[in-house]
Write a protein that binds this ligand. Sequence first.
Ligand SMILES: Nc1nc2c(c(=O)[nH]1)N[C@H]1C(S)=C(S)[C@@H](COP(=O)(O)OP(=O)(O)OC[C@H]3O[C@@H](n4cnc5c(=O)[nH]c(N)nc54)[C@H](O)[C@@H]3O)O[C@H]1N2
Ligand SMILES: Nc1nc2c(c(=O)[nH]1)N[C@H]1C(S)=C(S)[C@@H](COP(=O)(O)OP(=O)(O)OC[C@H]3O[C@@H](n4cnc5c(=O)[nH]c(N)nc54)[C@H](O)[C@@H]3O)O[C@H]1N2
Ligand SMILES: [Mo]
Length: 688
Amino acid sequence: MTELRRSVCALDCPDTCAVLVQVEDGRATKLMGDPHHPVTRGFLCAKVTQYLEREYHPRRLLYPQRRVGPKGEGRFERISWKDAVAEIAHRLQSIAAEFGPESILPYSYAGTMGLLNGSSMDRRFFHRLGASRLDRTICSSTGTAALNLTLGQRTGTEPEQFAHSRCIIAWGASVLNTNVHLWPFIVEARRAGAKLYVIDPLPTKTARLADVHLAINPGSDAALALGMMHILFRDGLADREFLRQHCDGWERVEEDVKAYTPTKVSAWTGLSAEQIKTLTRDYATIRPSIIRMNYGIQRNERGALACHAVSLLPAVIGSWKEVGGGFQLSTSSGFPLNRAALERPELQNVSPLGREARLLNMAELGKILAGALDDMPLAPPVKALVVYNSNPGAIAPNQNRVHDGLRREDLFTVVLEQFQTDTARFADILLPATTFLEHTDLYAAYGHYHLQLARPALAPPGECRPNVDVFRDLAKAMGFEDPCFDDTDDDLLRQALDSPHPFLKGITLERLEAESSIRASVSPEGTPYLPHAGGVFGTPSGRCEFHPERLKYVPPKESRLGGQDALGSYPLELISAKMERGLNSTFGYREDLNAACGEASFHPEDAAARSIAPGSSVRIFNRRGSVRLTARLDAALKPGIVSIPSVGWPSGAVDGQGVNVLTSDALSDLGGGPVFYSCLVQAELAEP
Ligand SMILES: Nc1nc2c(c(=O)[nH]1)N[C@H]1C(S)=C(S)[C@@H](COP(=O)(O)OP(=O)(O)OC[C@H]3O[C@@H](n4cnc5c(=O)[nH]c(N)nc54)[C@H](O)[C@@H]3O)O[C@H]1N2
Ligand SMILES: Nc1nc2c(c(=O)[nH]1)N[C@H]1C(S)=C(S)[C@@H](COP(=O)(O)OP(=O)(O)OC[C@H]3O[C@@H](n4cnc5c(=O)[nH]c(N)nc54)[C@H](O)[C@@H]3O)O[C@H]1N2
Ligand SMILES: [Mo]
């Protein structure tokens, strides 16, 4: 018997697709995009179309296991859930008693974007325990901090409106790789004559299909945005009425940007003065115009400055007023769910700590495990690490330092996973987790405004269990008696939906059950959402805020522009951006994917200077580490830049070294985010 079941893709992606699962005799045979969903529109991306291969993969983890043999070797023996839970509870209790509960650190990110399995029972558990809190910065915290400066919230133009745009700027956004469900709306706009600009140092697939590709120097976007403001104010292209009515601080910025002449900006960005002028005129005069900025722009030392500067442009030209105008980085603020009810931060008060626990930045995991943050000893040291929904052994910066930490014999590590990743290999106890097709969850989105519910479409294989169940059991085993540890999945769903905010008005579990996807009430039914048309902003002043004291461009230290002393030794800039067929490290069990991550692209000039030919084995290195890869040549690449797709599994690389051995664990200019794309390296032919 064949039937179609509904699910929602849980992968960390702006699109959060409505998925149809074709099930024959209990086994899924095909995944499809729901044709009725307004953003999914009947298709899935290259990765999720093939997700069933992952779902039924012979290397899925099926049973709880305990480490045998040395840490990191990846040898385990099967144990029962009962023993696993008892052992974890016992170890955490004794570590908390000896070193204090803050010596325990949870480490999780968005392996699933589901709210239940991502941030509910787990948070309750760690709050009640008094464990260190994790500052979840690895992806977007720099951009979030910048949007909070400008807009005071994360709202942006909905994807459906891009069809009405006539000038579209994809700024640090590789739409076809990372946000492919926006593309059909862009195609629709282009059919009606829209012009597409791509501002990206790399010649991505999206850039190659654009009307204009501006291959900007990494980390110089703020200079470009300030240069655009210079021209907009100078040439009478600014919407002074919008600025006067709805914005603060712009008068000083108008003065300050007089210094950002096209000639000066040209030197920083590597774009010609003519390109900068044409871009600016088109942006101001071909209307409606819109900016799709993605998080690629903020993974550098000047990321927040860039996001702040670019996110001001729609206010300068008044494009927030137009359907198909404005800006999108994130739509997260469209879902003001009751997260406090899900996470229960007040449980910290009844923990042995009796107060809010310290906050540790996940982008600094290597330093944390080494026991020192910026050379200040960490007290108490971290003695236990509980990892779920994340693979820091592959994705965290300065990987050698991270692996040194994970290898520590005195660190008790628990990993909840679907596969034996490069983090799981270091586990003391390894627990098998369900996939999104196998558990209940609720999904907000960061690239559209539709809230979705998924019930299990498939039975879990072996003894796989949802994170919610595991943390519920651990709470019991630790003797936590608060009734919130008895909450069922449906209790959690109802608590999350219990929000007084008008955006969620009328969205109940019953309605979600029946409709599975419901648009948040961000605007009246059938009308487009113009988040800032009326000049309402979530900032302290309630206005769009220009911060003149921050809007001063200086190139990143670790960049060719930064002129750092290292330049002599490390003259190439590495960008390890997302790949089409991967989703961070989630598909790293695939050999073809690791092979793709084992290729570095060079401009032919940079290759020739090093006697590198296509197919050469090369060593790419800096002070932090070294990787061995196969060279590719790409004449469309900007000279001075090396591109390596991210992120493979280090254990799947020819030399066991992932790209993140090269990346820095310095932090961005605001929000404590990582700086993956501020990375200088050198390359040479490898010994055969
Ligand atoms: N297929 C696929 N989809 C994904 C992911 C994936 O791994 N694969 N990852 C998901 C996740 S976690 C996220 S956060 C989103 C991210 O989605 P994006 O932000 O779109 O992804 P990135 O590849 O990090 O960056 C986008 C582009 O920014 C460019 N870039 C790098 N530095 C600069 C700079 O200084 N200035 C400018 N203007 N551009 C720069 C990169 O070359 C890249 O092409 O995508 C999600 N979707
Ligand atoms: N060099 C470089 N490094 C990067 C980036 C880059 O662009 N370049 N991007 C950065 C960014 S933007 C991000 S967001 C991070 C992403 O880093 P992570 O958040 O660590 O994402 P993934 O690598 O996809 O790993 C997610 C893991 O969660 C597991 N998982 C999925 N669902 C569940 C579940 O329900 N339960 C449990 N227990 N496990 C589950 C998956 O099997 C997978 O191994 O990487 C960062 N690292
Ligand atoms: Mo991300």
